[in-house]
Design a protein around this ligand. Structure first.
Ligand code: VTB
Length: 321
């Protein structure tokens, strides 16, 4: 992918973030999501790619826009795209920290076509690459990761969604004296924090969305961290969907290379509400101000872009008033 495309991709998540930002704190998560989807979809029409949505808003019959298989872009290099126009719909509805508009773009065939179900995840930054094994217990993983990082396990910080299903991870951390950082929703940004190394997060563990897992894996790939996942289908129908993907063994460990099989990948996210990695959308008298991160797998460069969007000169679909 041409490197200049990253700026085009930034425009797409910026549009999604601006368009849903007026729903922040309004208790309307579906309307917020719809606004993000609509702006993202329309902005894609300006981007010189021939893109196929491989992770999106649902199957063709359940989603009007950005459905799986939909073609986007005004024509150009063929790419596959995983989108989450509003990651953290609840966070947005409640004006809580950490909602983002996010997507990953890769050369054709580069992204796992993860179905909408849960995925067990374990993620670390570059220094602990190779030290994780999702088949081991949380305790063993914590000990191995601490060793790789050259720190005492009691100095380890693990980020996880605060859910009852994760009590076994919390128990392991408590036993070893490691620290847990709980999040209420939105596990893409915390996954990335493992590899930035600026937020004091060493590891992410636990079950979240599989689509979010693939999108986050794109960022981990760009930053040289490590991740493993395992789909956890809960119904016969979900098992069928895993088999349909060509995965015979539902317990198959998905390595980072299984999740994202190419270095020719980009990750882009714009903050909607304020977060640890990105500022949320802010409005001045004249501008909508956005904060975006773009990453390229080929070079590993991570860029932050602060943009000032003039209300009067934006197309209708990114106007906020
Ligand atoms: C997960 C996580 C997402 O929703 O899908 C979560 O990956 C849903 O988990 O980032 P529960 O079913 O336990 O609520 C998000 O947090 C998006 O909001």
């Amino acid at each position: 992918m041409d490197r200049s495309l990253v700026l085009e991709f930034a425009r797409v998540t910026e549009a999604a973030a601006i368009n849903c930002a007026h729903w922040i704190g309004k208790g309307q998560k579906n309307l917020a999501d719809g606004a993000a989807v609509e702006a993202m979809r329309k902005m894609f029409d300006t981007v010189p790619i021939s893109g196929t949505v491989v992770i999106g808003e649902g199957e063709m019959d359940e989603a009007p826009m950005l459905y799986i298989g939909e073609k986007v872009g005004k024509g150009g290099i063929e790419v596959d795209i995983a989108v989450d126009p509003l990651e953290g719909t609840n966070l947005t509805a409640k004006n809580m920290n950490g909602a983002i508009a996010v997507m990953a773009i890769a050369e054709k065939g580069g992204l796992l076509h993860a179905p909408d179900m849960y995925m067990d995840k374990i993620v670390v930054g570059p220094k602990a690459k190779g030290a994780i094994d999702i088949n081991l217990s949380p305790e063993e993983n914590m000990i191995n990761v601490a060793k790789a990082l050259g720190k005492d396990v009691s100095d380890l910080t693990i980020v996880l969604l605060e859910r009852e299903r994760h009590q076994y991870i919390v128990d392991a951390a408590r036993k070893l004296g490691a620290s847990c950082k709980f999040i209420s929703d939105g596990d893409v940004s915390p996954v990335i924090a493992t590899s930035f190394g600026t937020e004091g997060i060493d590891m992410m563990m636990g079950k979240g969305g599989a689509p979010e897992g693939v999108i986050a894996a794109a960022a981990i790939k760009c930053m040289g961290g490590d991740m493993q996942g395992r789909l956890t289908p809960e119904t016969e129908e979900e098992v069928r969907r895993v088999h349909e993907m060509g995965i015979d063994d539902v317990n198959k460990v998905l390595t980072l290379d299984d999740l994202v099989s190419t270095d020719d990948v980009c990750f882009v996210a714009t903050g909607v509400t304020k977060g640890d990695m990105l500022n949320g959308v802010r409005f001045t008298d004249k501008y909508a101000v956005t904060h975006t991160v773009v990453m390229r797998g080929v070079t590993g460069t991570v860029r932050f872009i602060e943009a000032y969007h003039d209300y009067d000169r934006k197309p209708d679909y990114v106007k906020i008033k």
